[in-house]
Every structure is written in C-alpha cells, then in structure tokens.
Design a protein around this ligand. Structure first.
Ligand code: AQP
Length: 326
C-alpha cells in the first residue's frame, strides 16, 4: 500500500484541467492506498484574495472534491491551515532550500510577471508545498504536468535533508497522467487552462452548466486548416480537443483523429463528452452544497487524522535539525 498526497488551491473556480490533470486520478488512487487530499488555503494567500472569498472558496473546494468522488471514509480530506505542522515544517525546509533553487521555479516567474506586487510567499511557496508532502511520508503525488518542477524540488529538499540530518523523509515521486496532464485554454491553446488567468471563454469550469460547456467548446480556437490531426506543436487547439475527447471517452487520440473530416463534428463530440463527464459532478455538488455543516464535519475529522499523521514527522525533523522539545 502506497501513501498518496495531493492538494489544490482554493484560489478560483475549479476547471476541467484540475479535474483531468488531478482530481480524476485522486479518485482512482483512493481505494488501494493511504491517501491524503488537502485544500491548500495557505497557498492561496500567495496572490491577493479577498478574505471572505477565501473562506467561501475553501469550503466550496471541499464540496467539489467530494462531488468528484473522494470518499471521506477512505481518504483523509482536510484544510492545510488546520494542521499547524505544515507551516512549522515549511520553515525548516526554507532554511535548507536555496535562493537559486526557488528562483528557477517557472510558476513563480510566470505569476510574478503578472502581478504588480510580488509577495514573499509566492517565492517561498514550493518550500511549503514540500512540507505539505513530506509531512505524510508520501510515496506518490498525483499532479498535473505544471507541478513536475515543484515535485523535483521537493525530492531535492528531502534528499538533502536526509543526507545532512539523517533519514527523516520518504522521497516522493510525481505521478502525472499520460493524457489530460496539461489541458490547454480553449481560447489560447498555447497556454494551460488556469483559474487565476481571466479567460472566461477559454476555461471550462467544473460547475459550468451544459449550455456554457457547449458554447465554450464550440467557440474553441483551432487553426486555418481543415485536417483533424494530433500535433500539439503545430496544431495546439485541435490537439487539445482531441486529447479532451480521448480522456473523456477512453478512445486513443490518433484513433479519434482518424474519425473526423472537419472541426465542427469534432467540437460537437467533445462538447457532448465533456458535458457527460461534468454533469453528474455538478449535480452532486449542488446536493452537497445544501449541507455545508456535513462538509465542515468531514473536514474537521480529516484535520484530526492529518494532525496525527503529521506530528511525528515534524517532531522527527525538528529533533534531527537540532531543535529542543518543549
Ligand atoms: N490546465 C491544467 N491541466 C492539467 N492539470 C492541471 N492542474 C492545474 N491546471 C491544470 C492541476 O490541478 C492540480 C491543482 O492545481 P492548483 O489549483 O493547486 O494550482 P495550479 O497548478 O497553479 O493550477 P491553476 O488552475 O493554474 O491555479 P492557479 O491559477 O490558482 O495557480 C495540480 O495537480 C495541477 O497540476
């Protein structure tokens, strides 16, 4: 049995990329493994977010994670800030990571380039993410492609800590799906679908109603050619649509490409497949949203379980690095 951990920021509306790149694989991993899934609210503070909105989105995020199929009887579902060991370990790790390592993180560079005021937390965020993972002695971290680099840093930090202070952390590995690991924006297929980029027609929300999904997919940017082919470099828009179809229906991308003579039918089929994928999640989320007390109870049980698992690792790391106990 492997130990699995992953997290999501409650920084905006979840989208198809979050679902295909991450959540779907979290659900697949939950049965056979010891699994921890976390709403990483502290990470959302790295960009400006209204306090009320953050509170609301944190609970809404848990609603979506339950709606996609995480079973709180089987997994530990919790909110990052409810387990103090995350920030405590993050400091120890910040003191072992280097400026050079953090400066190389492309997510930091991209997000920093978008904002006027760059918060220190945006820079040190990968050390907190390393703490999130290392606290649970994790073997596998199911993530989308954009998180690979952060996972490499987590591994480097863990290996360095173990070498310098003695064996303390399991060194985790990223598990990235073959298809759906980088769902692209429907209007700007050269960049990934993202919740912190304002692209309403390019981003399919998990909770979009079927009409919205249809509209967005039908207006997706393709290219001036007419041939349906899978070639992400040369035909990013069409390739993105083919990948969505493949991942939603289980048909291979090449096989799907061979089926179509024009973009219109491809778009119609992608829209139908995505609607079929998201509709049950939307319905379940609406049901769960009517009993937020139950969602809060689930998060509270999850936090207690997570604390129990995290405390011994933090204590071991603190002891190893030379801190005394109270
Ligand atoms: N476009 C994507 N395709 C596939 N996977 C994706 N993920 C995010 N975007 C895509 C995966 O979703 C998980 C949760 O990510 P996150 O929300 O914590 O942060 P992120 O990776 O930075 O995603 P966003 O949507 O771009 O959020 P913001 O804009 O808030 O930073 C991760 O496993 C991620 O790989």
């Amino acid at each position: 049995m492997a130990t699995v951990f992953s997290g999501v920021q409650p920084s905006g509306d979840f989208h198809l990329g979050n679902y295909l790149g991450a959540f779907r694989n979290w659900v697949a991993a939950q049965g056979d493994n010891e699994a921890y899934f976390c709403v990483v609210d502290l990470h959302a503070l790295t960009l400006d977010i209204d306090p009320e909105e953050l509170r609301r989105r944190t609970i809404d995020s848990a609603v979506i994670l339950l709606a996609v199929g995480l079973d709180p009887e089987v997994v530990t579902l919790f909110v990052q800030s409810h387990v103090a060991e995350h920030t405590r370990l993050a400091w120890l790790l910040e003191c072992t990571a280097t400026m050079g390592e953090l400066s190389r993180m492309t997510q930091y560079k991209e997000k920093a380039a978008r904002g006027e005021m760059v918060r220190v937390g945006l820079f040190t965020y990968p050390a907190l993410m390393a703490a999130d993972i290392l606290l649970y002695q994790v073997d596998e971290v199911p993530v989308g492609d954009d998180q690979r680099q952060h996972l490499e840093l987590t591994r480097d930090v863990a290996i360095r800590f173990n070498n310098r202070y003695g064996p303390t952390f399991t060194v985790p590995r990223a598990t990235v799906p073959k298809l759906g690991a980088r769902v692209m924006d429907l209007q700007h297929p050269e960049r990934k679908m993202s919740k912190s980029v304002d692209s309403p027609m390019g981003t399919v929300g998990i909770l979009d109603d079927p009409g919205e999904v249809q509209r967005k997919v039908m207006r997706a940017v393709t290219d001036a050619e007419t041939t349906v082919a899978y070639d992400p470099e040369r035909k990013p828009g069409v390739s993105n649509l083919l990948e969505l179809l493949a991942v939603a229906t289980g048909v291979g991308v090449e096989q799907a490409a061979g089926t179509y003579r024009g973009y219109g039918q491809l778009k119609r089929d992608v829209a139908d497949a995505v609607v079929a994928l998201l509709s049950p999640i939307r319905e379940r989320a609406l049901e769960l949203g009517s009993d937020l007390g139950e969602v809060e109870r689930i998060l509270s049980v999850g936090a207690a379980r997570a604390r129990e698992a995290a405390a011994p690792t933090y204590a071991a790391a603190a002891r190893a690095i030379g801190l005394t106990s109270p």
